[in-house]
Design a protein around this ligand. Sequence first.
Ligand code: FAD
Ligand code: NAI
Length: 466
Amino acid sequence: MKNYDVVIVGSGPGGYVCAIRCAQLGLSVAIIEKYNTLGGTCLNVGCIPSKSLLDSSEHFHNATHTFSDHGIEFQSVKANITQMIKRKDDVVSQTCAGVKFLMDKNKIEVHHGVGSFKNKNIIIINGKNGSSEISGKNIVIATGSKPNFFAGMEPDKKRIITSTEALNLTEIPKKIVVIGAGVIGLEMGSIFKRLGSEVEVVEFAPSVLPTMDGTISKEFTKILKKDGFKFHMEHKVQSVINKGKSIIITALNKKNEKVEIEGDYCLVAVGRKAYTAGLNVENIGLTLNQRGQVEVNDYLQTSIPNIYAIGDVIRGAMLAHKAEEEGVFVAETIAGQKPHINYNLIPGVVYTWPEIANVGKTEEELVSEGREIKIGSFPIKALGRARASMDTSGLIKIIADKNSDEILGVHMIAPRAADLIMEAVTAMEFRASAEDLVRICHPHPTYSEAMKEAAMDATEARAMHV
Ligand code: FAD
Ligand code: NAI
């Protein structure tokens, strides 16, 4: 049986990045993946395919809504979903092949099959051609997550679908009903809205993206409604029924009245759950917590010291970049280094248009902690760059400590917010004050000027262009 310094189960952004860092540090590594392609949820059915379709649908939306204002005219424009899906599949396969290339380049041995614990060092690999065993001084569980659902809304993967099926639809629905106004619901909803579908969203909470800063959530609701999204807030779904060519959702509103909503498809997007099926953690005495997650300590170590866990399968944000940071953290810990992750500074992005991005704490969190704060904000519509591009919706909000001026949270709805947020992350990593941002020269005309103006507003209400 072959023995490695590190055996990693799962090849998503957590697992494959951990493998590369281990190899860079001179450790022998094997990675086990149950599917034929590497890259996990992120590359195959998550970040990459969803962004690919978001980009295609955004081009279509611009062609049909804004190009004529720019003086660009077409005879006719048509959305070809088959071609969009094909392009998305090509992007996915190129990206997955890129991970395979990185494994080979770093001499990481890849085993395809379901990894299952025999004991705390030996993993059985159940592959297409039978089973085999490998052993590791250290094991890293990086098995990710799967879509969650509740009783009554079980996906049948035909008309009651999860994001995985939604990324492969062969027709543009006339009407799609989304359960959950979270990240997946609004990103996938945006794709179909831009392609011409009616989109109705049923949400349990009183606001969209309920864990985000309240200002952002309120402002984004207005933008989505203007774009034609219809919301059923504070509705509790009782059942979803596939009627052959349509679906019907029954929900209770906050007055406890029964509401029925019909559509062609129902997208269930009510969160994801840690995935450990087939891993046989019980064989080694590892218990999962109530949410089915593998419990870890501050070193990302399970109760068995040579077994670590990272990414979606443990607590914390279910984000690819969080999984990657944890992959590097574990590799460096195993190699005897003392790495660090600042969980407060893991940015979140929603890739709608405009994009939404945030880092640090929300106003609601800081108020509930009793922290004395001051807030600055700046509307995107006041930027020359925004008028030039006709992207005038949104705002940047900076929250700073009332006394020290240290930036505690930055929340934005803005064109290219996904990239803009990194200025805030960098500033906060160096514990910058709002005044520090004001004193930095920002290029004109850019969306980044809204950061400087929001910081001016936070320091002394001295924003200049409003
Ligand atoms: P995963 O990527 O889930 O990988 C786990 C891997 O382990 C899988 O390949 C699985 O097959 C394998 N595996 C499981 N069990 C076994 C076993 N027993 N043996 C062998 N292999 C096994 N995050 C972002 O940061 N940005 C985004 O834009 C974004 N968009 C998303 C869009 C969608 C539609 C979805 C669903 C998710 C999105 N995410 C996004 C979340 C992101 O995909 C996850 O946070 C990330 O993939 C988690 O990485 P991971 O390595 O922990 O697990
Ligand atoms: P989510 O947690 O973002 O949103 C789920 C939504 O469903 C919440 O608003 C919640 O209140 C609502 N909900 C829960 N139960 C409900 C019920 N019974 N009826 C009606 N509404 C209900 O989860 P989502 O959107 O499924 O995404 C899963 C994970 O994937 C997220 O944690 C996210 O981090 C990750 N992801 C990240 C992306 C990104 O970074 N851009 C893109 C897509 C997914």
